[in-house]
Write a protein that binds this ligand. Sequence first.
Ligand code: PBG
Length: 317
Amino acid sequence: MSKRLHRLRSTRARRDLFSEVHLTPGSLCLPIFVHDLDEETPVASLPGVVRHPISALPALSKSIVAAGIRSVLVFGIPSQKSADGAADPDGPGPRGIAEVKQAVGDDLVVIADTCLCSYREDGHCGVLEADGSIDLAASLEALSAAAVTQARAGADLVGPSDMMDGHVAAIRSALDSDGRDMTGIISYAAKYASSFYGPFRDAADSTPSHGDRRGYQIHPGTSTQAIASIRRDLEEGADAVIVKPALPYLDVIARTQQSIEAPVWAYQVSGEYAMIRSGAVDERAALVESLTAIRRAGADVTITYGALDMARWLNDR
Ligand code: PBG
């Protein structure tokens, strides 16, 4: 009986040596929720995650940099909903971006989530007609205005997560017209219609008031449409793409990595993270295992609410 495979696993050092992927703080991106209230508020369905006041951001950004993380994804959460709130330079998103940049400058790549859902009364990612169908022209105009506001606030990259057709081309041209040709676009190109966004919608108060997002997000039964959507966004000028959620879609991450020549990121979304933090499994081990698997599937960077904990564990090893 050969013990060949056991020989690769019998000690911690051997296991580590023969592992094909290694997690590093630099391959993690931390999402941060910024609101316009003065206090930090917890997100009930997302253990350990809070909505930050602007005043908390300098210290937070410095600790993120100190842990070796290179990027954050900023979500602005306004307390008042309004149709054009996403483009308001005084909203919590743009102000948060400017605050992070002021504190740590180019030591952190600041990505702005570009979407309308946390701003609009109806909680949808685009502008809807009275019959519930998408008004594409109005949606693209609102998203482009939001992206320009975020770029002006200092975002290195904007991350359109709306899934509207033609969004990357529209945003690229709006950024260029504003003289922002060095602001990049990382598109949530392969975004599935997923139940795993539940806790996020709590955090961002963005549950659709009517209907759902299945008309514009990808059906779980197809990976071909994800690839088509990724190719379209790259042709329109995206610099990098995101597959989301991560763990139920490892095949899509792998197929994307094999299909394109651009950075492929994965988003371990709120529901995935909440399961890890549910108390049913060992949190640390489950986070390490899931992030390792996502990286093995082919993600260059993983966006995770556990980024800071994970980076600190990696640094303490
Ligand atoms: C907004 C957006 C969503 C997420 C990121 N950007 C939610 C959605 O489409 O409902 C989900 C992130 C998460 O669940 O952690 N369009």
